[in-house]
Design a protein around this ligand. Structure first.
Ligand code: NDP
Length: 250
C-alpha cells in the first residue's frame, strides 16, 4: 500500500531541509526522486548523499518562479525518466518584515517562489500526471492557519497554497490525481535557523507552545509524504494536514 517502486517523484527545493527529508523518505519507499532547486552544487551534494544510501536520485536545476525554467524542468523529467507520478511543491522562502516595511519586490519574491511556483509546476505537471493518475503534495505552513506580524507575504502565500490545493483537488479528481497540502510546524532547517537568530526568545516560545516540546526534524515529514504519495491515500484529496507536534491544537 505504501510501496513507491517504479514511481518518479519530483520534489522542488528537495536539495535541503524539509524537501530533502521528504525526498529521502519517498526514495526509501522505492521512488526515483528528482530534486529541483536553484543551487546546482547543493542539489548534486544531496543526490550523492542519497545515492550513497543506495537510493535512486537525480537533480535538475530550476527556479520554480520562472515559467520558462519550469517548462524545461518538466521536459527534462519526461526525457530522463519517461513519466511523473508525484509532484511535491516544497520550494519556499520568506522575508521576515512587517507589511509596512515590505517592498513590492520582496512581496513578489515571496509570492512567486511559494505560490506562483506551485501553480507553474502543477500546470506543467498535469499532462504527465493525468496519463496514469498521480499525486500532488503542496507544502503550506502554520502561517496557512495563523497570523504573525512578520509574515504578511509569507502567510498570504501559504494561505493561498491551501485554497490552491482545494481548487486543483476538485478539478483533477476525474483525472485520478489526488492533491493535498502538508502544514509543517516549527522544523529545524536553514529557514528557521535564520529566524531563531533574528528573533530573541523564539526558540523558547516554540518549545513552550509545542505539545511535543521539541522542534520538528526534516525526517518528521517523511511519513506523511509517503502516505500522500502512495496508494494508501487514494481517497484522500483536498486536505491540509498539520505535522506540527500539536502546535496548531494547543
Ligand atoms: P530551506 O531554506 O532549508 O529549503 C528551501 C528550499 O527551497 C531550498 O532547497 C531551496 O533550494 C528551495 N528554493 C527556494 N526558492 C526556490 C525557487 N525559486 N526555485 C527552486 N527552489 C527554490 O527551508 P525549509 O526546508 O524549512 O522549507 C521548505 C518548505 O517548508 C518551504 O516551503 C517552507 O515555507 C515550508 N515550511 C517550513 C517550516 C519550517 O519550520 N522550517 C514550517 C512550515 C513550512 P535552492 O536554494 O537550491 O533554490
Amino acid at each position: 500500500m505504501f510501496d513507491l517502486t517504479g514511481k518518479v517523484a519530483l520534489v522542488t527545493g528537495g536539495n535541503g531541509g524539509i524537501g530533502l527529508g521528504m525526498a529521502r523518505a519517498l526514495a526509501q519507499a522505492g521512488a526515483t526522486v528528482v530534486l529541483a532547486g536553484r543551487d546546482a552544487a547543493k542539489s548534486e551534494a544531496a543526490v550523492q548523499a542519497l545515492v550513497a544510501e543506495g537510493l535512486r536520485a537525480d537533480a535538475i536545476e530550476a527556479d520554480v518562479s520562472d515559467e520558462a525554467q519550469v517548462g524545461r524542468l518538466f521536459n527534462t523529467v519526461e526525457q530522463r525518466h519517461g513519466a511523473l507520478h508525484v509532484l511535491v511543491n516544497n520550494a519556499g522562502i520568506t522575508v521576515r518584515k512587517q507589511v509596512q516595511d515590505l517592498s513590492l519586490g520582496e512581496w513578489h519574491q515571496v509570492m512567486d517562489a511559494n505560490l506562483t511556483g506551485a501553480f507553474l509546476c502543477c500546470r506543467a505537471a498535469h499532462p504527465l500526471l493525468r496519463r496514469q493518475g498521480g499525486k500532488v503534495i503542496n507544502v503550506g505552513s502554520m502561517m496557512s492557519l495563523f497570523g504573525a506580524p512578520y509574515a504578511a507575504a509569507y502567510g498570504a502565500s501559504k494561505g493561498g497554497i491551501v485554497q490552491f490545493t482545494r481548487a486543483i483537488a476538485t478539478g483533477w479528481a476525474p483525472d485520478l490525481i489526488q492533491c493535498n497540502a502538508i502544514l509543517p510546524g516549527w522544523i529545524d532547517t536553514a529557514l528557521t535557523r535564520g529566524a531563531r537568530e533574528q528573533v530573541p526568545g523564539l526558540n523558547e516560545r516554540v518549545l513552550a507552545r509545542t505539545p511535543a516540546a521539541r522542534w520538528g526534524r526534516p525526517q518528521d515529514l517523511g511519513g506523511i509524504a509517503v502516505f500522500l504519495a502512495s496508494a494508501a491515500s487514494d481517497f484522500v484529496t483536498g486536505t491540509a494536514i498539520p505535522v506540527d507536534g500539536g502546535y496548531s491544537i494547543a
